[in-house]
Each structure stands twice: as structure tokens, then as C-alpha cells.
Write a protein that binds this ligand. Structure first.
Ligand code: Z5A
Length: 230
């Protein structure tokens, strides 16, 4: 087929991940950002980890019910990796290839923090699993929502009501403090990819902070040209 009649490939979508501790407001903010991007005519989907594809949702149940906890953090890491592998190949990559923006609630940084920093899984194993599951796929931007632990736990408790805490919600204050520190360290170490956003404010204010971070990181002159051509 000559170049003149080849169907035009849309520009690849952008991949934005959201990270942070419990109750930091990821799900709330992902939805607000998706609404804003869709309104700007940028086709956008939201998804989550663990889960996001049929196979990965089954593994999510295994992990969050606590059934896998007895096997230790290495095995839990392998299960998170298996879920990610399915999610990336079935949902994330096809959407990006079609020019859709993908907003994902948690991704590889969660494994680095929860299983790596807190579970003490060898970083070499974490990196090896990343090579297998995501290859060269790297988020264009990672929003890390930062909130004091007491506030995050209070929000999560309020939302949970009388329901039983899941595998990770059952952890204590010091676990969540270490988590927060680990996320701040990731943001500090990779400022090109990560934006640390102060999430200790009302949802609308946090959404504006995220929009600013997105503009600063992604909407360079080249990106605006590329997306308006699509
Ligand atoms: N995990 C892992 O260990 N390794 C991995 O590789 C991956 C994950 C991928 C998934 O839990 C667990 O899996 C997670 C890490 C582990 N464990 N924890 N904890 P999940 O998907 O069930 O939940 P989560 O990711 O932790 O998110 P969350 O606790 O559900 O919260 P959130 O999404 O960050 O927040 P939210 O649902 O938007 O808001 C929580 C409540 O606060 C809700 O009532 C809101 O209305 C309220 N809210 C939100 N924003 C505000 C503001 N700005 N002000 C006041 N109130 C607010």
C-alpha cells in the first residue's frame, strides 16, 4: 500500500498514573481529570491496579481479600506483576495505540513502595518483574498525591464505614508514615516523570493543582500541536 492511501495512525495517547497513600483522593481526582480531558476532546479512559482487565480483577480479589498474605511479600509481588501483565496487554497498550489517554489508579510505583520499601522485596526482583510486565512502557506523568497520614486514614475510615478493612487498610500508622516517605522519595528522585501534589485541601483545589502539574509536565508546545492535529 502506498503511503498516500495508508490509514493515518492517531498520535499515541498519554499514560498518566496516580499514586499515594490510603485516602489520598486518587479515585476522586482521576474522575475529575478524565471529565476535564474528555471535555477538551481528548479521548480518555480510567482504570486501576490491581485490576483493570478481566484476568487482573480476579487476581485483585485474591490480593485484597488477604488470601495471598500468608505466602509472603515475594509471592504477593508476583501476583501484582501477573495482574499488571494482563492489564497492560489487554487494556493499557491497546488504548494508548489508538490515541486514547489512559489514567491509571496505581501502577509500578505501588509495587516499589508497598512490596519493595515496606515488604522488603529485593529491588532486583522488582526491576526484573517490571522488565517482563511493562518493558519500555513508562508513565508520561505520575501524580503523587501527598496527604498527612492522619487525614488520609480519617478519609478512608469515613468512606469504609462499618465494612471490614482489606489487606492493606488494616496496617497501622507507622506503615502509612513509611509509605508516605517512600512516595516522597520517588517524587524527589524522578522529577521529570513525577509531580508531588499537596492533596490536603478540598477536591476542587487539588484538581486545579493536578491540572497545573499536567500542563507543566505535558502540555509543551509540541504536545499542543500534536493533540490539536488529531
Ligand atoms: N497495591 C500494592 O500493594 N502493590 C501494587 O503493585 C498495587 C497496589 C498496584 C489497592 O487498594 C491496594 O493494593 C492498595 C495498595 C496495594 N492498598 N491500600 N491501602 P484499593 O484500590 O482498594 O484502594 P487505594 O488505592 O488504597 O485507594 P483508596 O484508599 O480507595 O483511596 P483513594 O482512591 O486514594 O481516595 P478516594 O476514594 O478518592 O477518597 C477516599 C475518601 O475521601 C472518599 O470518601 C472521598 O470522598 C474522600 N475525599 C477525596 N478527596 C477528598 C478531599 N480533597 N477532601 C476531603 N475528602 C476527600
Amino acid at each position: 500500500m502506498s503511503d498516500a492511501v495508508k490509514p493515518k495512525q492517531p498520535p499515541r495517547g498519554r499514560f498518566i498514573t496516580f499514586e499515594g497513600g490510603e485516602g489520598s483522593g486518587k479515585s476522586t481526582q482521576i474522575q475529575l481529570l478524565a471529565d476535564r480531558l474528555n471535555a477538551a476532546k481528548l479521548r480518555t479512559i480510567t482504570t486501576r491496579e490491581p485490576g483493570g482487565s478481566a484476568g487482573a480483577e480476579i487476581i485483585r480479589h485474591l490480593l485484597l481479600s488477604g488470601m495471598a498474605k500468608a505466602f509472603g511479600p515475594e509471592t504477593e509481588s508476583l501476583l501484582f506483576a501477573a495482574a499488571r501483565d494482563d492489564h497492560v496487554s489487554q487494556v493499557i497498550e491497546p488504548a494508548l495505540a489508538q490515541g486514547t489517554w489512559v489514567l491509571c489508579d496505581r501502577f509500578t510505583d505501588s509495587t516499589r513502595v508497598y512490596q519493595g520499601e515496606l515488604g522488603k522485596v529485593d529491588p532486583k526482583l522488582i526491576r526484573a518483574m517490571e522488565r517482563v510486565t511493562i518493558g519500555d512502557l513508562k508513565p508520561d506523568l505520575t501524580i503523587i498525591l501527598d496527604v498527612p497520614v492522619a487525614i488520609g486514614m480519617e478519609r478512608a475510615l469515613k468512606r469504609r464505614g462499618t465494612a471490614v478493612p482489606d489487606r492493606f487498610e488494616g496496617e497501622g500508622v507507622s506503615f502509612h508514615e513509611k509509605l508516605r516517605d517512600a512516595y516522597r522519595k520517588i517524587a524527589e528522585g524522578d522529577p521529570q516523570r513525577c509531580a508531588l501534589v499537596d492533596a490536603n485541601a478540598d477536591a476542587k483545589t487539588v484538581a486545579e493543582r493536578i491540572w497545573k502539574a499536567l500542563r507543566d509536565h505535558l502540555f509543551t508546545v509540541a504536545t499542543v500541536r500534536e493533540t490539536t492535529k488529531a
